[in-house]
Design a protein around this ligand. Structure first.
Ligand SMILES: Cc1cc2nc3c(=O)[nH]c(=O)nc-3n(C[C@H](O)[C@H](O)[C@H](O)COP(=O)(O)OP(=O)(O)OC[C@H]3O[C@@H](n4cnc5c(N)ncnc54)[C@H](O)[C@@H]3O)c2cc1C
Ligand code: SF4
Ligand code: SF4
Length: 341
């Protein structure tokens, strides 16, 4: 593929990559987006609207909007499913791209890496929240998929409305034992908004929120938080065990900080706020493009002409991932202006 118009390769078409591509297109620069998944939008493509009923600024619709814009832009090429197999630098980036219908070469003038994050697998918790469960211990991301579109909250085991739901925070985040001390930034706000939406649609549902402390960095979150707290029971403790009972419910054990003793409660469903960690592809992508990794395995310092953005760099929400993608596009533009005259 040859063209005189500058070309920027974007690896990863989630919120950060989509934003970078659209920004470049607006600047008149050709963007080629390579993604290993057919559908644009990354993890957030499956997210549900959490309006209850007013908009709570969860960001999900920004992703669907950007994904449909992508299809309308002739200056953006979407290549998927595809992956980068190698890269040689010689007057630009000569990239080998592996696609289902055969390999191809692409000459790019700059590269933006937006390969995103991987959600924590809760079975890696030493005691295993999901061990022996009846399928009713789900992750927040599985709940997003369940409620996507016109979906309703239901217990996976029998399709019944769960009358008592436990939301457990910090699963695979802020955990020194697992070597994952970072806060994933978005999950407290996301889980509270989700609980509020469920209660708005199903007023009989009782939601309990188990947490260390509530972290949220978005503007106006205090208003959402105050509103959530009126109907959601807040328990400042992280449960140690979730065990299936004889009547197919879930017994959740935790140290009650008020009573100062171990307590057990029964729930119909448990939702785990799994944290954001480095994508397992990151070391290989970093090797191909000569990018350093930080101490946890996220993308770090990049060489000239390569830019990194979004949750591949550190946990962040949709709006920040998009802003970071647009900033990387702007840096790529400045690099091209300097190097291509
Ligand atoms: C439990 C949970 C709840 C959340 N709730 C919210 C919320 O309510 N609001 C909010 O704003 N944010 C929320 N987030 C965060 C949100 O998911 C991220 O901000 C967003 O998805 C990050 O976008 P991204 O483009 O950086 O990465 P991703 O969404 O991970 O996209 C990365 C893209 O890169 C592709 N890719 C990966 N590796 C390769 C490779 N080797 N080659 C080619 N392509 C590749 C992937 O297929 C994907 O399309 C939540 C996250 C979690 C874990
Ligand atoms: S930001 Fe979230 S809550 Fe608001 S309309 Fe969009 S998807 Fe719905
Ligand atoms: S945002 Fe909340 S749930 Fe997520 S890691 Fe931070 S404190 Fe834990």
């Amino acid at each position: 593929m040859t063209t005189s118009q500058p070309t920027v390769l974007i690896v990863g078409g989630g919120p950060a990559g989509l934003s970078a591509a659209l920004h470049l297109d607006e600047l008149g620069i050709r963007a080629v987006v390579v993604d290993r998944q057919v559908r644009p939008g990354g993890h957030a493509a499956d997210f549900t609207c959490k309006a209850s009923p007013e908009c709570v600024r969860c960001g999900a619709c920004m992703v669907t909007d950007r994904a449909s814009l992508l299809k309308q832009r002739s200056g953006i090429s979407w290549m998927a499913p595809a992956a980068v197999a190698g890269c040689r630098q010689n007057g630009g980036f000569h990239v080998d791209i592996r696609k289902a219908d055969g390999d191809m070469g692409l000459k790019a003038d700059a590269v933006i890496l937006t390969t995103g994050f991987t959600p924590f697998d809760p079975s890696e918790k030493p005691y295993g929240y999901r061990k022996g469960s009846n399928g009713n211990v789900i992750t927040h991301l599985e709940l997003e998929v369940m409620l996507h579109g016109k979906g309703k909250v239901r217990r996976p085991s029998d399709g019944a409305l769960p009358e008592a739901i436990a939301f457990i925070q910090c699963v695979g985040s802020r955990d020194l034992v697992l070597g994952r001390p970072w806060c994933s930034c978005v999950c407290c706000g996301s889980a509270l908004r989700m609980a509020k939406r469920i209660q708005q649609e199903n007023p009989s549902v009782k939601a309990t929120f188990f947490y260390i402390d509530v972290q949220s960095f978005s503007r106006n979150f205090d208003v959402v938080y105050d509103d959530c707290k009126t109907n959601i029971r807040m328990v400042r403790a992280i449960p140690g065990d979730v065990v299936r009972t004889a009547d197919d419910r879930l017994r959740v054990g935790y140290f009650d900080p008020v009573e100062r003793r171990y307590t057990e409660e029964i729930f119909d469903m448990t939702v785990l706020s799994v944290g954001m960690g480095p994508n397992p592809d990151t070391p290989e992508i970093a090797r191909i493009f000569g990018v350093a990794l930080d101490r946890f395995g996220f993308l770090g310092k990049a060489p000239n002409g390569v830019f990194v953005a979004g949750s591949a760099v550190q946990p962040m929400g949709i709006a920040d991932s998009m802003a970071s993608g647009a900033a990387a596009a702007q840096s790529a533009l400045e690099y091209l202006a300097k190097n291509m005259g």
